[in-house]
Design a binder for this molecule. Structure first.
Ligand code: MG
Length: 170
C-alpha cells in the first residue's frame, strides 16, 4: 500500500490528466472551426497523450493495491478567441500540470515513498518536454503566424504530427 496522501494525489491526478485531454480537445475544436486542421491535429494528439497519462496513474495505483475512484471531469472552461490565445492557454496549462506533478513528488519525498518518486521521474521529464513543446508553438507562431503563407506552412507542419505511445510502461 502507498502512503495515503500520495495515493490520494495520484488518484486526483487521473482526473486532472483527463481534464487536460478535454481542454486540448476543446482547443482542437477551436482550430478545426478556424480551418486550421494542422493545429487541430496537433492538439488532438496532445489529448491522446493526456489520456495516456491518466491511464498510467490509474494503472500505477491498481498495481499498488489501491482502489481507484473516478470523479466527474470538469467542462473545459478556458477562454481563447484568437489563434495565439489558444497556444497561450496550452502553455499556461502545462506550467500548471508541472506544479501538480511537483506537489505529488514533494508528498512522495516527504513520505519516503521511493517507488512513487521513481514512477514520477518519467512525468518530471515529460513535463519539461511538454513545457518546451508549448513554448515552441508560441515561438513558431510569433515567427510565422502573422503571415498567411507562414501560417499555412506552420499548419502543414503541425498536420504531420503522429501519435506515439508513451515511453513509460508499467
Ligand atoms: Mg499530462
Amino acid at each position: 500500500m502507498l502512503n495515503e496522501k500520495v495515493a490520494a494525489l495520484c488518484n486526483e491526478q487521473i482526473n486532472k490528466e483527463f481534464y487536460s485531454a478535454y481542454l486540448y480537445l476543446d482547443i482542437a475544436n477551436y482550430y478545426a472551426d478556424q480551418g486550421l486542421d494542422g493545429f487541430a491535429n496537433w492538439y488532438t494528439i496532445q489529448a491522446q497523450e493526456e489520456r495516456d497519462h491518466a491511464i498510467l496513474f490509474l494503472q500505477y495505483l491498481q498495481n499498488n493495491g489501491e482502489r481507484v475512484t473516478l470523479e466527474a471531469i470538469a467542462k473545459p472552461d478556458k477562454e481563447f478567441n484568437c489563434h495565439r490565445c489558444a497556444l497561450e492557454v496550452g502553455y499556461e496549462h502545462e506550467q500548471y500540470v508541472t506544479s501538480l506533478i511537483n506537489t505529488i513528488y514533494e508528498a512522495a519525498h516527504e513520505a519516503k515513498d521511493f517507488r512513487t518518486m521513481q514512477f514520477l521521474d518519467w512525468f518530471v521529464k515529460e513535463q519539461g518536454e511538454e513545457e518546451k513543446n508549448a513554448d515552441d508553438m508560441l515561438k513558431k507562431y510569433d515567427l510565422y503566424g502573422s503571415d498567411p503563407k507562414g501560417l499555412y506552412s506552420l499548419n502543414s507542419e503541425l498536420a504531420a504530427r503522429v501519435y506515439t505511445a508513451p515511453s513509460l510502461t508499467l
